[in-house]
Design a protein around this ligand. Structure first.
Ligand code: SF4
Ligand code: SF4
Length: 101
C-alpha cells in the first residue's frame, strides 16, 4: 500500500495529508482553523457542564450557555488535505495523515 500523491504542474509530487482528529483537551475554541478551512469541514461546538454539545457560531456573540467551546470535524470527507487548519492552530491540536491507496 502507498500514499495518495499528486503531480503538480511543475512536475513535483505532493502528498496531501487529511485531517484525522482535533485534540479537544488542548483546543481553546478560538475559531482560527474554522476561518481558514476552504471546505466546510469544521464545526465549532459548545460543551455544557453535562458534556452535551451544541452548535456555536464562531463569529456570534450569543449568550454563553456552555462551559467551553471546541472545534470538531463535521465533514471529514470534504477535506482536501491542505493543512491550513493545522498551520494556523496556536495550540497544535491537529493530527493529519496521508491517505492510503
Ligand atoms: S486540511 Fe484544509 S480542507 Fe482539511 S480541514 Fe484543514 S483547512 Fe479544511
Ligand atoms: S485553531 Fe486550534 S485552538 Fe483554535 S479552535 Fe481551531 S483547533 Fe481549537
Amino acid at each position: 500500500m502507498s500514499s495518495f500523491t499528486i503531480t503538480l504542474p511543475s512536475g513535483a509530487s505532493w502528498t496531501p495529508t487529511f485531517v484525522q482528529s482535533i485534540n479537544e483537551e488542548k483546543c481553546i475554541g478560538c475559531g482560527r482553523c474554522f476561518r481558514v478551512c476552504p471546505r466546510g469541514v469544521l464545526e465549532l461546538v459548545g460543551l455544557n457542564d453535562e458534556g452535551e454539545r451544541m452548535a456555536v457560531d464562531p463569529d456570534g456573540d450569543e449568550e454563553e450557555e456552555y462551559e467551553k467551546k471546541v472545534m470538531t470535524i463535521a465533514h471529514q470527507e470534504l477535506c482536501i488535505g491542505c493543512t491550513a487548519c493545522s498551520k494556523i492552530c496556536p495550540k497544535k491540536c491537529y493530527t493529519h495523515a496521508a491517505a492510503a491507496v
